[in-house]
Design a protein. Structure first.
Length: 117
């Protein structure tokens, strides 16, 4: 069986020898590519750590553990104030319109200005 495949086995061994020779001559390039990939992964890992630390600080003990809930509470307070102030302004406009109508009803019509000659 080996004798039948002698040519194929020799070709495979030559190809393997060529491949390993190519690897040995390109060892520095391969190492450089791997180092670059490791550096990229390390940079991404560092960025993820910084993001996790930042998000962790939002509710950390440094701010009493209340920064995020405080921000949410302030937003709700502002929205409530905005809604209530809109209602107060609408009621004030209505009251001023009523006062104006009452004044206009109670006052006689203004006299016509005197004619000039």
């Amino acid at each position: 069986m080996i004798a039948d495949n002698e040519v194929a086995i020799k070709d495979t061994l030559r190809n393997f020898e060529t491949f390993t020779a190519s690897l040995s001559t390109n060892g520095e390039k391969i190492s450089s590519v791997i180092a670059t990939a490791e550096s990229g992964v390390a940079a991404a890992d560092s960025a993820m750590d910084k993001t996790r630390d930042f998000l962790g600080r939002l509710a950390s003990d440094k701010y009493g553990g209340e920064l995020l809930p405080t921000v949410i509470s302030m937003r709700e307070l502002i929205e409530s104030f905005d809604k209530k102030s809109g209602q107060v302004l609408a009621e004030a406009r209505k009251m001023l319109g009523d006062v104006s109508a009452a004044i206009n009803k109670s006052s006689p019509a203004p006299a016509a200005p005197p004619r000039r000659r």
